[in-house]
Structures are given as structure tokens and as C-alpha cells.
Ligand binder design. Sequence first.
Ligand code: TGC
Ligand code: FAD
Length: 390
Amino acid sequence: MYPYKPVDYFAIDELLSDEHKIIRSSIRDWVNRSVSPIIEQAAHEHKFPHYLLKEMGELGAFGPFIPEKYGGSGLDYISYGVIMTELERGDSGIRSAASVQTSLVMYPIFEFGSEEQKLKYLPKLAKGEIIGCFGLTEPNHGSDPGNMETRFVDAGDYYILNGAKMWITNSPIADIAVVWAKDEEGKVKGLIVEKGMEGFTAPETKGKWSLRASITGELVFDNVKVPKDHLLPNVKGLKGPLSCLNSARYGIAWGAIGAAMDCYNTALEYSLERKQFNKPIASFQLIQKKLAEFVTEITKAQLMAWRLGVLRNEGKATPAQISMAKRNNVNIALQIARESRQILGAMGITDDFPMMRHMMNLESVITYEGTHDIHLLITGNDITGISAFV
Ligand code: TGC
Ligand code: FAD
């Protein structure tokens, strides 16, 4: 492992405020101290280092853009972005935990919750005292959440919830789940389901070759009685969960750059040290081509993320712009992970270096929050006005 050297080929640091840089350096130090030394072992053991959640809460990694009144830090979206880049440099699974807690649990409660719900849950979520998860995907519905089968009915004093969600980050350890289900009229609504409610279970999904240092599971609802004040009152329709995805996809667009930079940095350092044919392999044109393409793609991804952050701060980033940035930046990160591994030859397959872990992680990142192909179709729809989903 080499000391981490971030890429700043186009002096993008000059676009960041002092506050952004202070936040970045505190998260970077924490990743160096608390994530990098343990992450390969955690991935080997297929164990989420859940004790890190409390530390992440203390660091301000949860809900940075949520107002201070509710326990957040009241920061802008570029701050959120730089936090995600640093976390994903450590591991996509660690960034996933922050994405879910911030964008998929705190965001919907903040945007769509009642004042009582905000005051009850947000400060504890911000500190990492309670952990949340987000249930949209189902066994039979991933890319087409609009066809979800999970349902709730009004039973007088409470709702009765039935159905199942699958592939849910953090579900086995979550204290609360923001669950998207259809009401009797077929409208999608959000419910806050608490651990311990009768009929609610969250079994772990084992055997992942990807995001092994993150915990994933199901959410199973068997006639769960959900109190009426657990309904998110201020949203109905698929745009509710999809707008949470905008926030999470935005964070991933920044996050993936961290994984890409870690792989690039490692390949560059290794290629300068490793000699074959009596020369550093960095002197060969084919190696330089790879390295030159990596730094170019990272720089383009950084510029896209930064501009997206400015637009999001101004409330102008469109879902299609966010979708494009998520697709592009995750894709380049995955390509860089694969190709940079080759620069290390056989050494690249070991856990002495981070490429294989990042590469396997990014196979999930290119699938969740909308697959690469779904994001292509979102762009296609946006530029032609024609939906090719069905
Ligand atoms: P469609 O008819 O296009 O839209 C239905 C309604 O939603 C509105 N809408 C959006 N609103 C806000 N943000 C967006 N991004 C939106 N996209 C669409 C739309 O305007 C419409 O509103 P209204 O008022 O007219 O009803 O819906 P569709 O059924 O055709 O599907 C569209 C599609 C395929 C793009 C969408 O469903 C999709 O994005 N599919 C991918 C599913 C996905 O991304 N799932 C993610 C699950 S969560 C997760 O993966 C977490 S990983 C966590 C971790 O980091 O560990
Ligand atoms: P499918 O929708 O079955 O897609 C299979 C293939 O078909 C893909 O290649 C897709 O691109 C393609 N396809 C589908 N429709 C079309 C079309 N119209 N045109 C062309 N191609 C199409 N979900 C949550 O709700 N919460 C979470 O916390 C969460 N965490 C996750 C964590 C991990 C580790 C993983 C792997 C997934 C997670 N997900 C979560 C689920 C994730 O969002 C879904 O896996 C993803 O949306 C894709 O759904 P699917 O796996 O059912 O694939």
C-alpha cells in the first residue's frame, strides 16, 4: 500500500472553499486511521465494521446538508460530495453506509416527514446512535420499482403492512427502515418501520463477492402493524423514493472518484518502482497510455461532479444530470480499477493492494441506485423525449 496522493490535475482545489478543504482533511485523516488499516480484513471476513458508524456520526459524515436544528451540519452539497469521495477512497461499503443514512433515510424524513418525525429520528441518525435503511427494491422488482408488490391497508388505529424488500444495505443492523409501499389506491407512500415491530424481520444476505465489508439483507413484513404516525405525510407517488435516489446518486458520483483515485495512485507508484527488461514499467508506452487515460477520466469525472455540486447547491441539478454523473463516474472508476490491477500484474490480485476490492465493490455500485443501462436509458429519454424502458 502506498500513501494516498489525491489527483488534482486541473487545480480543482482552487474551486473549493477553506471549509470544504477542512472537512475533506478531517474525513481523509479518519479514513487513514480507522478504515484503511482494517478494511482488507473486514472484506475477507465478509464483516461490516459496524463500530465505525458511531465514529462517522461523530465526524459529521451523516446528514451534512441537513440543518443543524435536526442534528445535521447545515453544509452545502459540495461538502457532501467531498465527504463521499474520501469515504469511498477507503471503501465503497463505508461510503454506502453514509449514503444510505444520509440520502436514503435522513433525506426522506427531512423532506417528507412531520415535525415530530424529524425531531424524533434525525438527531439520533446524525450521530449514528440509530441506523436506518431504505427499502425500495423487491425480489421481483429492481429496475421497475413502480411495479412494487409491498402493500399496506388502513386498519383503523394502524396500517397493516405486507410484502418483502431485498438487497437492502444495512437492513440486518438497522433500527428503522424507510419502506416504500402501495396504499389501497395503489399510490406509493413511505412508512417508517421500527426494529421489533411484530411480524418484521430483516435476515442477512450472505455470499456476496462485492461490498463484502458492507451488510446487506431483506426486509420481510408479515402483517406488521405500523402506527399511523409512522407514515411520511408529505409525499405520495414514485417521485418520493426517486427523489431520495437523486440525493444518493449525487453522492455516488463524487464517491466513485475516490475509489478511482486510490487505484490510479497505486498503479502509478507501483509502475515507477517495478522494473522489467531493466526499466521501470512506467517507461513503457502501453503503461503510460493506461495511466494517461486514468488521470484524464478522473479529471473529467471531478469536473462533472464539481459542476453538478454547484447546480445542486443552486437547486438546479436535474435528475437526468445526476443520473449521467452517477453512470459516468462509476463506470470510469470500474474501468480504472480493472485496468490498474493489470499494471500490478500478479501482485494486483492480492490484498496487499486495493484494486481487487475496489473492483469487486464497484460491480455493486454500477448496479445499485439504477444499473448502468437504466441510466443510459434515462439520458436517452431526456434527450429524445421517448421512454425506452418498456
Ligand atoms: P416514471 O414514469 O419515469 O416516473 C414516475 C414518477 O417519478 C418521477 N420521477 C422522478 N422524480 C424525482 N427524481 C427522479 N429521478 C425521478 N424519475 C422519475 C416522474 O416524474 C413521475 O412523476 P409523476 O408525478 O408524473 O408520477 O417511472 P418508471 O416507472 O417509468 O421508472 C423510471 C425509472 C426506470 C427511471 C426508475 O424507476 C429508476 O430509476 N429505476 C432504477 C431503480 C433504482 O435506482 N433503484 C434504487 C434502489 S435504492 C438502492 O439501490 C440503494 S443502494 C444503497 C447503497 O448506497 O448502499
Ligand atoms: P433487474 O432490474 O432485474 O435488472 C437486470 C438486468 O436487466 C440489468 O442489467 C438491467 O440493466 C436490465 N434491465 C432492466 N430493465 C431494463 C430495460 N427496461 N431495458 C434494458 N435493460 C433493462 N435497493 C434498495 O432499495 N435499498 C438498498 O439499500 C439497496 N442496496 C443494495 C446493495 C447492494 C450490494 C446491491 C447489489 C443492490 C442494492 N439495492 C438496494 C438494489 C439495487 O438498487 C438493485 O439491484 C438495482 O436497482 C437493479 O435491480 P435488480 O438487481 O433487480 O436488476
